[in-house]
Design a protein around this ligand. Structure first.
Ligand code: AMP
Length: 545
């Protein structure tokens, strides 16, 4: 039997029209060198229609051509997020932190036709532009110095000014009734091996994912919220916060290029931020700042931490010293990106609840998960059996754009490359990346677990643990440690510090102090580089018995 329901497609244009009318009084606030710049969602809706008109009438975007952005989080980027997919084109937010060769690769691979660029990023973009084969038009947001526009114009592409381009366009647009499964946006994963791979989101997947962010069991984005969106719109869709905010009528506070702790603290205080999203390093910087300055953070309900594991010590510090609840979330570009959020079950005492908060969270309703153990068999959800997590769901990718990668898919499931456990009530705890887990004598040692314990030591700023070849055990952990400025600690002290926290056989013998942990283009620990440095003898290792 067929349902009697109307076959109305789930489209981003619906988020646009709803958010910019019924929530027309909510606003996007963009931080500038001179303080906040405001626009109501009503204004954003009108600009989005003007942008869509301009793209069609002046730049020839009439179908699913790719329109890229090279921008910070700001009002105009939000307008691009809404206008491009709603008009039937495909939004491609270029990750400005990729290495130049990777950036050129992804823009050419996606066949970007138009790029909208922030003026503050126009100079580095001008260097890439001669290599972007398919780009015809460059739209610059904000004024730029003559030499930068000369450099852009010298590439032979047509240059436009964002405001002028929109100025004479109508502020309404007859958004097309698209197929909900058609492409809305694409993101490339910043994997540390091989070329970045493209993930293509549909209107339907984006719509459902946004609704998920509004559920109280996940992020609970709601009307009246003021969301500090630090997580970049060029990396995994700013975790879906822009669309979810339009849906719920939450306002967005956009930091543009002001990502340091001091301006972020000012945004929180003056804009009465209620929630926000960023990777752990941003929140760690902010914590240092809040610990040493008077900042009114009383408006903040919670902040979302994801992208890499949130150190439990930081979570406690925010809670105890600043009354801010950290919501630990896990996801990946391939999952739109949100997969789970660590909201403890009801009715627990604070210490029990804390044990849930530090996990990667409970899988969301539409995200099915299974654990595949080292021998290829499915593992039980018993909180102790370890396996690689595989996922399925309506906002999980089933392939990469124009690229076969069978190693990432398994009978219709996405192999996340993340290793961990699941509890019977669906809470995920990651113990490692599949490629970073240390295989010592047939047992797995979690590098992340050792790092978290080490980073809880007051003298340790950062610690990274990698598996290195060992004659007897196959592999053993090497602990590399960055000492906090002004602090002193010995390797023996650190080893003893670990000894009562992990099983004896897991305590590393190989130790090194280093100046900084090498990072990938998006700020994650680059363990590939550490392993290489170790193999080349570039790390001064001390062996402790
Ligand atoms: P990306 O696609 O660049 O966002 O990277 C996704 C990967 O980041 C995941 O597969 C995890 O390995 C890692 N990741 C994301 N969130 C977390 C988290 N809360 N804890 C640990 N790792 C995380």
């Amino acid at each position: 039997m067929r349902s009697t329901m109307q076959p109305v497609p789930l489209l981003i244009s619906r988020i646009l029209t709803y958010g910019t009318t019924v929530h027309g009084a909510s606003e996007v606030v963009t931080w500038t060198a001179d303080g906040p710049r405001r626009a109501s969602y009503d204004q954003v809706g009108r600009h989005s229609a003007q942008l869509a008109n301009a793209l069609r009438d002046k730049l020839g975007i009439t179908g699913d051509q790719r329109v890229a952005t090279f921008m910070w989080n700001n009002q105009e980027h939000l307008e691009a997020y809404l206008a491009i997919p709603s008009s039937g084109a495909v939004l491609h937010a270029l990750n400005i932190r990729l290495f130049p060769e990777q950036m050129v690769y992804v823009a050419n691979h996606a066949e970007d036709r138009v790029v909208i660029v922030d003026n503050s990023l126009a100079a580095p973009f001008a260097k890439l532009l001669p290599h972007l084969k398919t780009v015809e038009h460059v739209v610059v947001n904000g004024p730029i110095p003559a030499e930068v526009s000369d450099a852009l114009a010298a590439t032979g592409k047509t240059l436009h000014d964002y405001t002028q381009l929109l100025a004479d366009e109508s502020d309404s647009y007859d958004w097309p009734e698209l197929d909900e499964d058609s492409a809305a946006a694409m993101c490339y994963t910043s994997g540390t091996t091989g070329n970045p791979k493209g993930v293509v989101y549909s209107h339907r997947s984006s719509y459902l994912h946004s609704m998920q962010l509004c559920m109280s069991s996940t992020l609970g984005i709601m009307n009246g919220d003021r969301i500090l969106t630090v997580v970049p719109m060029f990396h995994a869709n700013a975790w879906g916060l822009p669309y979810a905010s339009l849906m719920a009528g939450a306002s967005l506070v956009m930091p543009d290029r002001f990502l340091q702790a001091e301006p972020l603290a000012r945004m929180i205080e003056t804009e009465r931020v209620t929630s926000g999203g960023a990777v752990p390093t941003i929140w760690a910087d902010l914590l240092n700042y809040l610990d040493t300055h008077e900042v009114d953070v009383s408006s903040v309900r919670d902040v979302i931490v994801g992208g890499s594991a949130c150190p439990p010590a930081m979570m406690r510090a925010y809670q105890e010293r600043h009354g801010i609840q950290i919501l630990h979330a896990w996801g990946m570009t391939e999952m739109s990106p949100l997969g789970s959020v660590a909201k403890p079950p009801a009715g627990l005492d604070p210490e029990e609840a804390f044990r849930y908060r530090v996990t990667q969270g409970r899988l969301a309703v539409a995200v099915q998960g299974r654990l595949v153990g080292p021998d290829g068999t499915e593992q039980p959800w018993d909180a102790t059996s370890v396996g690689e997590l595989e996922v399925r769901g309506p906002w999980v990718t089933g392939s990469y754009y124009l690229e076969e990668d069978p190693s990432k898919f398994h009978d219709g499931w996405l192999r996340t490359g993340d290793v961990g456990t699941l509890t019977p009530d669906g809470f995920l705890t990651l113990t490692d990346r599949a490629k970073d887990v240390i295989k010592s004598g047939g047992e797995w040692i979690s590098s992340v677990d050792l790092e978290n314990h080490l980073m809880a030591h007051p003298a340790v700023l950062e610690a990274s643990v990698v598996g290195v070849p060992d004659e007897k055990w196959g592999e053993r952990p090497l602990a590399t440690v960055v000492v906090r400025e002004g602090q002193q600690v010995t390797l023996e002290e650190l080893r003893d510090f670990l000894a009562d926290k992990v099983a004896r056989w897991q305590v590393p013998e190989r130790w090194a102090f280093i100046d900084a942990v090498p990072k990938t283009s998006v700020g994650k620990f680059d363990k590939k580089v550490l392993r290489k440095q170790y193999a080349e003898g570039a790390i001064g290792v001390t062996t402790l018995g």
